[in-house]
Write a protein that binds this ligand. Structure first.
Ligand SMILES: CC(C)(COP(=O)(O)OP(=O)(O)OC[C@H]1O[C@@H](n2cnc3c(N)ncnc32)[C@H](O)[C@@H]1OP(=O)(O)O)[C@@H](O)C(=O)NCCC(=O)NCCS
Length: 141
């Protein structure tokens, strides 16, 4: 089923302040063959999504974005999406999956840690506003 861009944009804006992707950016990524997006919905509302990016000739998949509506957090939706993302990435030939998180984003860092990701390095000034990030990685093999 095609993903409803209005519903996805609503979730994106709810979950991210400065880092929210624009409608154009979401639409572009939804149309790309080297990006996969998975959602958990409730009727017409999207409660959670994860977006994966792939690069040609690379076995490293990237969790480009993951978000869960505030009212649906703490129920394991992000963990479920990550498992699905990892299975899909493995099926596309990826042997490693990576992600990034804001240093201050405790929820995100805890999510990835609980899912078995290791923090493999710092990303100085990576985010809008100049905040540092951390790079996360998990082996899929
Ligand atoms: C980070 C986010 C995606 C987590 O979604 P979620 O559905 O609430 O996460 P889950 O319920 O699947 O949590 C799985 C595990 O991650 C950890 N975790 C997730 N959120 C946490 C938080 N705020 N504090 C501490 N641990 C947390 C816990 O270990 C949790 O397992 P437990 O509930 O059994 O203890 C969600 O808070 C969110 O959308 N935040 C805003 C957007 C964002 O920051 N996205 C990440 C960008 S890198």
């Amino acid at each position: 089923m095609p993903i409803d861009i209005d519903a996805l944009l609503a979730l994106e804006r709810e979950c991210f302040e400065v880092d929210a992707q624009s409608r154009n950016s979401l639409a572009y990524l939804l149309s790309r063959a080297n990006a996969d997006t998975y959602v958990i919905g409730d009727g017409e509302v999207i409660l959670a999504y994860v977006m994966l990016l792939y690069r040609r000739n690379s076995r490293v998949a990237r969790v480009y974005s993951i978000a869960v509506a505030a009212t649906a957090r703490g129920q394991g939706l992000a963990a479920r999406l990550l498992i699905h993302a990892e299975t899909s990435a493995g099926a596309r030939g990826a042997t490693i999956i990576r992600a990034e998180a804001r240093q201050s984003n405790r929820g995100s860092r805890a999510l990835f840690a609980a899912a078995g990701y290791r923090e493999i390095g710092a990303l100085p000034g990576y985010y809008a506003g100049g905040e540092d990030g951390v790079r996360l990685e998990k082996s899929l093999v």
